[in-house]
Design a protein. Structure first.
Length: 202
């Protein structure tokens, strides 16, 4: 039997609305789902790839989703100086077929999310929350994903929707605008009970 020849790993970069973050897109599936590593400690536990990236002095954040990695750099570096180095590093890592994210990560995050949903919603409020989550998942997530980021519903309380921004959207100057102008406007229109959308630090 002929050995199957794998297509070469291709990699290109995409700008994100956050000047400090770049999206490195590959032709390989890295991880089904979203994985946000805001610090070296979380990477240490769950992602050999993110941990390896954190060993580079200019990496401040790593977000992995399907076929791309969003890298947030330290503010005192220029993309011109480090982009090719990061690109080369990711390409070699993917080519080596080393582990991107450890098994059990999705389950651990799900468990954590369940614990964080301390206030179980009841009756009308449960229906309302279901509707809000559905709108975020259907309309907001895909758009935010294109920019190399992610948004997660955190909780709903007295007309206020709390969300967590990840990847390029975390700490991005334009994410506040996106949040207020785009997401808040849409939710207010579709769910009249919503008064405000607030970003919580994840």
């Amino acid at each position: 039997m002929e050995p199957t020849i794998k297509s070469p790993v291709m990699l290109y970069t995409e700008q994100t609305p956050n000047p400090e973050s770049l999206k490195f897109v590959t032709n390989r599936m890295l991880y089904h789902g979203t994985a946000d590593f805001k610090d070296k400690e979380s990477a240490q536990e769950w992602s050999p790839m993110a941990l390896a990236l954190y060993d580079l002095p200019y990496v401040r954040g790593v977000y992995i989703n399907n076929n791309f990695v969003t890298v947030t750099k330290e503010i005192n570096y220029n993309w011109d100086d480090i982009m090719l180095r990061i690109k080369d590093f990711i390409k070699k890592y993917v080519e080596s077929e080393a582990v991107v994210i450890n098994d059990g990560y999705a389950e651990a995050m799900e468990k954590q999310a369940k614990i964080e949903q301390e206030t179980p919603y009841e009756g009308d409020e449960a229906e309302l929350v279901k509707k809000i989550v559905n709108i975020i998942d259907t309309y907001v997530k895909p758009a935010v994903g294109l920019d190399g980021g992610n948004i997660e519903f955190k909780k709903y309380e007295d007309g206020v929707v709390y969300v967590i921004m990840q990847g390029s959207c975390s700490g991005c100057p334009s994410s506040t605008l996106t949040l207020k102008a785009g997401i808040e406007g849409m939710l207010k229109r579709m769910v009249p009970q919503v008064r405000e959308v607030v970003q919580e630090m994840g």
